[in-house]
Design a protein around this ligand. Structure first.
Ligand code: NSP
Length: 213
C-alpha cells in the first residue's frame, strides 16, 4: 500500500514540518498549534480504537484495540499535556480548543471508514498514523541535519523513536501484513484508496501546523 501511494507517503513522511522539527528550527507557534490540535486529534483517535474494540471478533483483537487505546490515553496524550503545561495551557483549556478543519477532516474520515467498513478498513485508515510516525521518528534520527543536542522538540522525537511506540508499530505492521496477505485484488484496491486518503490527510495535518490554520 505504501508503494501504491509512494509520492503521497514521501510527502507526508518528509514534510517540511518534519524537517524543521528535526533541525530544531520549527517556529514554536507552529509546534504549539500542531500539538494543541493533536491533543484533539488523539481524543478522537482514542474513540477510533474504542470502535476497533467494538468491531473485534475475538479476544485477541479486543486486546489489541485496548492496548492501542491505552497507549494513546496513558502515554501519547501525556506528552501533549506536559508540553502544553510548560506553555501555561492546562487540560481544561485544551478540551475547549476549537478543532481545525484539518483535524475535523482527518479524524472524521477515519471514524467513518471504521463505521462503514470492517475492522480491516479501520486499521488501514489508522495505519498512516501509527506506522507513519514510527517511520518518521526513525527517519529523523538518521538525517545529517537533525539537531540531537538542545533540540526543543527532543521529547517528541524520543517518544516516537522509543521502544514503547516502536513496539506498537511492529505489532500493527505484523497484524496488517497478515490480514492483507489474504485479500483479493479488488479489496486491495479499496483498502489502498483508504490508505492513500489517510496519508494525504496526515500531510494536511503537518501543513495546518505550518499555516497556523
Ligand atoms: C496527526 C497525528 N498522526 C499520527 C500520530 C501518531 N499516533 C499523531 N499523534 N498525530
Amino acid at each position: 500500500m505504501k508503494a501504491r501511494s509512494a509520492p503521497d507517503w514521501q510527502a507526508y513522511c518528509e514534510h517540511r514540518f518534519v524537517r524543521d522539527l528535526a533541525a530544531g528550527t520549527l517556529p514554536e507557534p507552529a509546534f504549539q498549534h500542531y500539538l494543541k490540535q493533536d491533543y484533539l486529534f488523539l481524543v478522537q483517535f482514542a474513540r477510533a480504537w474504542g470502535l476497533a474494540v467494538y468491531k473485534s471478533r475475538d479476544l485477541s483483537e479486543i486486546r489489541q484495540g485496548l492496548d492501542s487505546l491505552k497507549a494513546i490515553v496513558d502515554v501519547e496524550i501525556g506528552l501533549h499535556v506536559n508540553y502544553c503545561a510548560s506553555w501555561g495551557i492546562d487540560e481544561a483549556a485544551l478540551a475547549k480548543l476549537t478543532a481545525s478543519r484539518a483535524t475535523l477532516a482527518y479524524t472524521r474520515y477515519v471514524l467513518d471508514a471504521g463505521m462503514s467498513g470492517d475492522l480491516l478498513d479501520l486499521h488501514v485508515a489508522l495505519a498512516p498514523c501509527i506506522i507513519g510516525y514510527g517511520e518518521i521518528a526513525g527517519w529523523i534520527l538518521r538525517q545529517p541535519f537533525t539537531k540531537h543536542e538542545g533540540n526543543p522538540y527532543a521529547d517528541w522525537i524520543a517518544m516516537y523513536a522509543g521502544d514503547e511506540y516502536q513496539g506498537l508499530v511492529a505489532s500493527e505492521l505484523e497484524w496488517l501484513n497478515r490480514r492483507l496477505a489474504g485479500v483479493d485484488e479488488q479489496r486491495m484496491d479499496q483498502l489502498s484508496t483508504v490508505f492513500g486518503d489517510a496519508t494525504r490527510l496526515e500531510a494536511d495535518f503537518w501543513q495546518m501546523g505550518l499555516d497556523l490554520a
